[in-house]
Design a protein around this ligand. Structure first.
Ligand code: NDP
Ligand SMILES: O=C(O)C(=O)[C@@H](O)[C@H](O)C(=O)CO
Length: 283
């Protein structure tokens, strides 16, 4: 097992802290998950982002067990599946997540999507159940994902605990600044999902490759460094050990203000999204 590289932590509004860089596991299928997440832990990642929806929690738990690392050495996030919003389903599925992950707590548990029409748009009763997990210490921090400003207002009006994070799509093609600002204003940290825009066109964009050549880094490192300098949490996914290591090497170089501005100017607004829009996603 490698010594963990120095990854900064960021403070959360509940007094805890989160490593700014982690490992994403969407599309890491259950049969491969123990191996892939095991490689990520070996490379030095100490923060893993999973979800009930990904169907790989058993593999993630197995990778943590096999790693021999203390549970406390790993920051672990999972998320409530869209099918489990009813309070009793949330309780039952959370138990199952802990069992599959082979742990008695997660560091962070999120409502995955706000679901504007399913369950009558009621995520408040769901959030109250997350508050329960938080009180019990089984979810050390709780947060939301894909919540829009109006969803955050609704939670603020009806709930006791302010979410620690809002995990939202963000990258240079879709900076998502309005939701980002609304979340930060309420004291939440932003976790930027699909930070590489899923590894497609963005890392071949001449603006990105030009900066990469200038700073002698890879295009992926340049994009990930942009997120780091914006102060957001990221967890790029890769099934390749070499890329896992590449994506960890972000803390020994800097982008200039001008390079940051060039990347931010790539924003395309709505057409730049690579994932679903929370206004309509109910899947
Ligand atoms: N809350 C939510 O609704 C969502 C949360 N997420 C979370 O965010 C994580 C990251 O987002 P994700 O959608 O996976 O997309 P990413 O932006 O992390 O991109 C992953 C893709 O980029 C490729 N890639 C990774 N590193 C490199 C590199 N250095 N050079 C070139 N290509 C690279 C990967 O390919 P390969 O594997 O072949 O290396 C993969 O195809 C997810 O895994 C999940 O944990 C994601 C979506 C929604
Ligand atoms: O990965 C996640 O956490 C997601 O919710 C998304 O991947 C989403 O399910 C999606 O992109 C479906 O196409």
């Amino acid at each position: 097992m490698n010594a963990a590289p120095q990854i900064p932590t960021l403070p959360l509004n509940d007094g805890r802290a989160i490593p700014q860089l982690g490992f994403g596991t969407w599309q890491v299928e259950q049969p491969d998950a123990a191996r892939v997440v095991g490689e990520a832990l070996k490379a030095g990642y100490r923060h893993v982002d999973t979800a009930q929806m990904y169907g790989n929690e058993r593999g993630v738990g197995e990778a943590m067990r096999r790693s021999g690392l203390d549970r406390e050495a790993i920051y672990l996030t999972s998320k409530l599946s869209n099918d489990n919003h009813q309070p009793d389903d949330a309780r039952r599925s959370f138990e199952q997540s802990l069992q599959d992950l082979q742990t008695d707590y997660v560091d962070l548990f999120l409502i995955h999507w706000p679901l504007p029409t399913r369950y009558g748009g009621d995520f408040v009763s769901t959030w109250r159940v997350l508050e329960e997990f938080h009180r019990e210490g089984r979810a050390r921090s709780i947060g939301v994902s894909n919540f829009r400003p109006q969803d955050l207002d609704k939670l603020a009006a009806h709930c006791e605990v302010t979410p620690a994070v809002n995990q939202i799509e963000a990258h240079p093609y879709f900076t998502n600044d309005e939701v980002r600002a609304a979340s930060r204003k309420r004291g939440m940290l932003i976790e930027a999902w699909s930070p590489l825009a899923r590894g497609g066109e963005l890392i071949e964009d001449p603006a990105v490759t030009g900066i990469a050549a200038a700073v002698d880094r890879t295009p992926a490192q340049v994009v990930l460094r942009w997120h780091v300098q914006r102060g957001d949490v990221i967890f790029p996914k890769s099934s390749h050990a070499e890329r896992m290591r590449e994506n960890l090497r972000l803390f020994d170089f800097e982008l200039s203000d001008e390079q940051m501005a060039t990347l931010t100017a790539l924003d395309q607004g709505e057409p730049g999204r690579v994932g679903p829009n929370p206004d309509t996603f109910e899947g």
